[in-house]
Design a binder for this molecule. Structure first.
Ligand code: SAH
Length: 344
């Protein structure tokens, strides 16, 4: 267990404060302050000075520092590059939708999944994030921007299900009544398809939205762009999605990055319809964001709209994701990558 108080649920925090000889009402005070995004114990004005000093010494808050902040002139999207207390950097994006402000957080420093089109994985996995480091991205984005956060997507750098326990703890923290109290229904978790972990998540029966990065209708194509498919082939993944739906009653959201000449034909869409038959699903079609190091190119607008029509005529809803923050390197891992390249 991390020594950071912000990774602890209220009962654990209570035990720590009880050990320090504090009265029982203190824990909730400290928990509430921490979950408001204070940067120092001195902001906790209803705590005795001696306790603030002890906490600062034994349990430093370690808030992340803003290294870069970019705001889109087009749509108000804000992208943060944070420096964590050990010097590593991660990205967070705030997107402004009509239904509320959505924060896209990172779950790891780097990623070991190796998807061919993704900037986050180019340097491999450095380390997993602690629960408080995920919470901090939400808290300090809200504090810095002054914009209340109502929705969270785990779609930044990293594979959330490869950091399972810490991610589950983060969900519990951000959902807690005395914390940010963000409803599970306002949270989406995206995975490249770690089948045993999808089953583990299903067993928890959370009301969050599971997003699955499918990106291909079959193994022949998926194997070439997503190494994870060799461990968990698409048939097993689709079966896991069916089990997930049966366990939770939640429709699966499939992400599908449209890559020119790779996965964007009408036949590809028809094959998807055949293979997903009977599974309540929604498709997010995302024109590929070009990554400098990769030869893969985005599909044409015509190909995307043809693909969308084919899926919809087969009874599967599909939306083309509005690209926000196109002018600020807002896609997965691009800002951290740029910064690392400039500074090394
Ligand atoms: N590891 C998780 C979540 C992080 S990525 C996952 O794989 O789902 C969030 C989404 O962005 C994934 O669907 C991922 O495949 C997609 N993505 C990554 N790089 C992209 C790019 N260059 N263009 C479009 N989508 C991309």
């Amino acid at each position: 267990m991390s020594k950071n108080l912000k990774s602890m649920m209220l009962p654990e925090l209570s035990a720590v404060l009880k050990d320090m000889g504090q009265p029982s009402f203190r824990a909730k005070q400290v928990y509430t302050w921490l979950h408001r995004g204070v940067r120092s114990y001195d902001e906790m004005t209803n705590l005795p000075k001696s306790l603030r000093d002890t906490l600062a010494k034994d349990y430093p808050i370690c808030p992340p520092e803003v290294v870069r902040k970019q705001e889109s002139q087009r749509d108000g999207t804000i992208k943060y590059l944070w420096r964590l207390s050990d010097g590593n950097c991660v990205e967070t994006v705030l997107m402004r939708y009509h239904y509320g402000n959505t924060v896209c957080i990172s779950t790891e420093v780097g990623c070991r999944m190796g998807c061919a089109f993704c900037a986050s994985t180019l340097g491999g996995l450095v380390r997993k994030l602690e629960p408080f480091e995920m919470l901090d991205q939400v808290l300090f984005t809200q504090v810095d921007s002054g914009l209340p956060v109502s929705h969270i997507v785990l779609m930044g750098i990293g594979e959330p299900l490869d950091n399972f326990d810490n991610v589950m703890r983060f969900l519990e923290l951000v959902n807690s009544e005395d914390g940010m109290n963000i409803s599970m229904r306002h949270i989406s978790l995206s995975t490249c398809g770690l089948v045993p972990k999808i089953d583990e998540l299903a067993a928890k029966k959370l009301q969050l939205t599971l997003s699955v990065s499918l990106h291909a209708p079959n193994d022949a194509i998926r194997d070439t762009i997503m190494p994870v498919n060799r461990a968990y082939p698409s048939e097993e993944l689709i079966e896991a999605c069916r089990r997930y739906y049966d366990a939770t009653g939640r429709r699966i959201s499939f992400e599908y990055a449209m890559i020119d000449g790779v996965n964007d034909s009408t036949d590809n869409a028809k094959e998807l319809l055949r293979r997903l038959k009977g599974l309540p699903a929604h498709f997010n079609l995302i024109p590929l964001n070009h990554v400098e190091e990769s030869p893969l190119k985005p599909s044409s607008r015509e190909a995307v709209s043809r693909f969308q029509k084919t899926l919809e005529s087969g009874g599967v809803t599909a939306t083309v994701r509005r690209t926000l923050g196109g002018d600020i390197d807002a896609s997965c891992g691009q800002l951290r990558r740029k910064y690392t390249k400039e500074t090394t």
